[in-house]
Design a protein. Sequence first.
Length: 215
Amino acid sequence: MSPPATIRTRGYLPHWEQDHATYFVTFRLADSLPNDFVDQVQRQRRRIAAAQSAGTATQADLADLRKLLRKTERSLDAGRGDAFMMNPCVAKIVFESVIHFNDHRYRLYAACVMPNHVHVVFSPIATCTLASILHSWKSHTAHEANLVLRRHGHFWQHEYFDHLVRNSQSFARIVRYVAENPDRAGLHNWPWVWPARQDIQPKRASKQPIAATHL
């Protein structure tokens, strides 16, 4: 039996955390999505979170949320906003930060730095948490990228999207999704993908039963 998931509310979006979990996380640049669209996603996720806490969420609710999140992905892949990671120097900063503590703070399964967002599949190690890992990535890269770009102000959107990977089949699908994200967006031979496409092999995230996702 999987350990229970803890719902942590920070800012607008609820985040589900669980010991020994594998997460699929997306974080994005501050201007990568229209504000009205972000508000719509936030309202829907808060409503679903409340319904799940009360035990009243329906499959139709979850299906609607999945559709909305797929629409989010399509909007991100359109490359809206300044898309700072089109600059190879900035993309390299973000990419190297994500892979730097692999096997020390987390076990990394897949990562992709896109022009205006980042996908990562990983499992925290020891006392490291989802929140602390994301904070480390975002704070370090924002500082370094702003130096390169000679700019000030917000770099990343404060919130991020995350969910617990539900099983080995879902894990394989998500890893493939992350690896193929550049091609879907028309970015062929995009270098900021880990592991390199030819190195990707089917594998299980963990022998530990993987928790049910909240999406």
